[in-house]
Design a protein around this ligand. Sequence first.
Ligand SMILES: [Zn+2]
Ligand SMILES: [Zn+2]
Length: 359
Amino acid sequence: MQAEGYPAGKPLSTGGKPDHRAVVIPAARKPGICLTPERSRQMDQRLHELCATGTPGLTIMETMNAEMRLTWRHSAYFRRLKRLDLPWIPTPRIGHRQRPAQYLAEDQRAACYEDMAYEARNGIADRLICRECFEILRDGELTSRNRHLRRHGWNQNTYDLHHPGAPRCTSQRNAASSGHDVEEVMAERADKYVTPEVRATAVNDPKYEEHNGITGYVICRVPRCGFKSNGHIRVHLRSQHDKEVVEYRQEHKWPEIISMNAREQAKERSRRQILALRTAAQPQKAKPGPHSKSVKDKEYFKVGKLIEEKLAAGMELTTARRLVAKHMDITYSSAVRYHKRFRKSIRSTPPVPVTQLRA
Ligand SMILES: [Zn+2]
Ligand SMILES: [Zn+2]
């Protein structure tokens, strides 16, 4: 049967062309693509949970698609994780043997958390410990492409903010790059920070350095730090704790902020500056210069005069110079030099030519 007035085999509403609008479902209503606000919240919560356990991105995609009956591709999850500020953890390569993670023993974690030189103090040269999860890491595992830090959703800056002063690479690496002995590097690191026990005592005693005769440094009282600051602590506070000196002193019972030695040096410097200014302000007295000595007291004059006397007595020039050099305990060449100078200085009596003297 054929409808009246319409050609056979053509849809009713298109006027001869196929109408795509009739079959397209709007994207917002496409099943498996869009989420209701409630399901969106559920999704975000699950993504946070999965990332916290270090689940790789592709596994997250499979899990979420199965759980929420979705058909999302990995790019959709990648964008959503980025929007939530969560890390996309790459799936470990097939055949790439994964080393089982090693963690610091429970009873040592408190000591490690409190001490930024824990590795150096305990002779750990080729490993470092994440201060967040206490995993024992090889060199480069913490910061290289943020491999470990991504697990905490951090980068290097956020790690430093949460754990200021915590080591980022092993003592072995530091020794290799500086060309020093590894034992020396570890001793240096351990010497940069006081032990947590000392820091705890110093926190309760604002004059700890004075009471214990410490003149070379002041101790940073910020929790978990204990850095030994040689000069003014301002630089350390700003770079490591993003703090100003006044704020720091208020929080820690007004401790000293400059080491005794640095204070003494500053005093000495200012004393010298004042002295220099005073000297500059005073009128300059004429100093006795090299010409103040009488010409006749000068050695060249004495030597020259003696030689001339011997010449007058009929002695030969070279013999006279030799004899006088021996007598005055000087070298022959010095005697010659002095004699020439003597003759030059006596303007009134022109020098006698050597040929005449020899004759
Ligand atoms: Zn960690
Ligand atoms: Zn500090």
